[in-house]
Design a protein around this ligand. Structure first.
Ligand code: IPE
Ligand code: IPE
Ligand code: MG
Length: 239
């Protein structure tokens, strides 16, 4: 049942920690990379569902600043998958009025991937039905540190003193500047932690943890998470 965008029972921004690809594969006697491939299919489904359901922003944690310490072959496979996904989904994104945005430290990515990401962002910049934000080489601490540094540079250039650095100044320099904070963060595959995801933006996000492995996460699971969210009382520190 579609719900209107101003219905506060519906989160405007849902963020996913897409975990469990490796376990999904292992449980089937497959290599971990098969799990990542299956996970890419789930991404397509989740994007379609979010758009249909009237969610305005969807953030997907695809690769963390810590994931570089995985075996080189797995890192390479993930990068290749990301590249293929970004290029392959472009026609669908344009057709469905979906804007693609990237958060994370791009400078650490290959030049070719940087170029593909920038091109996808440019081509879809005018799209406005759903923003899909992909977190690549993303770490909350790294993002906050880069934002603080950029904010301080700005402050000093303006001839102000370091005391001018406040929360608004940092927020304005985050990779996610201009994107509202997530209302709901969903993590699949049973771990109950943030793993360096949206540390700043998630300050008042509702958290939902499901045991479902990411490749198995489906529309029914998404709908169940939205129902759980709708039943939560958000207080933001007030009474
Ligand atoms: C999530 O699945 C995908 C990435 C972190 C890129 P994992 O690869 O972490 O899967 P598990 O946690 O090993 O099952
Ligand atoms: C978090 O999952 C990163 C992504 C989903 C991209 P991890 O599997 O890397 O997190 P940990 O190691 O279980 O904390
Ligand atoms: Mg994991």
């Amino acid at each position: 049942m579609p719900v209107s965008e101003n219905d506060s029972a519906l989160p405007a921004h849902v963020a996913f920690i897409m975990d469990g690809n490796g376990r999904w594969a292992k449980e089937r006697g497959l290599p971990r990379t098969s799990g990542h491939q299956a996970g890419a299919e789930t991404v397509r489904q989740v994007v379609t569902f979010a758009r249909k359901r009237g969610i305005r922003y969807l953030t997907l944690y695809a690769f963390s600043t810590e994931n570089w310490s995985r075996p080189a072959a797995e890192v390479a496979a993930l990068m290749k998958l990301l590249s293929r996904f970004v290029k392959g989904e472009m026609p669908t994104m344009l057709k469905n009025d979906i804007r693609m945005r990237v958060i994370g430290d791009r400078a650490g990515l290959s030049k070719s991937l940087q170029h593909e990401l920038a091109s996808a962002e440019e081509k879809t910049a005018h799209c406005a039905s759903l923003d899909v934000v992909i977190a690549i080489n993303y770490g909350g601490r790294d993002e906050i540190a880069r934002a603080a540094s950029a904010a301080m540079r700005h402050i000093l250039l303006e001839g102000k003193t370091p005391e001018a650095l406040d929360a608004n100044a940092i927020a304005a320099h985050l990779d996610s500047a201009g994107i509202p904070d997530p209302d709901l963060i969903i993590r699949t595959a049973g771990e109950k932690r943030l793993s360096n995801f949206l540390l700043w933006q998630g300050a008042y996000a509702e958290l939902i943890f499901t045991d479902r492995r990411w490749p198995d996460f489906d529309d029914t699971d998404f709908e169940a998470a939205l129902a759980e969210y709708a039943g939560r009382v958000r207080k933001f520190g007030t009474v």
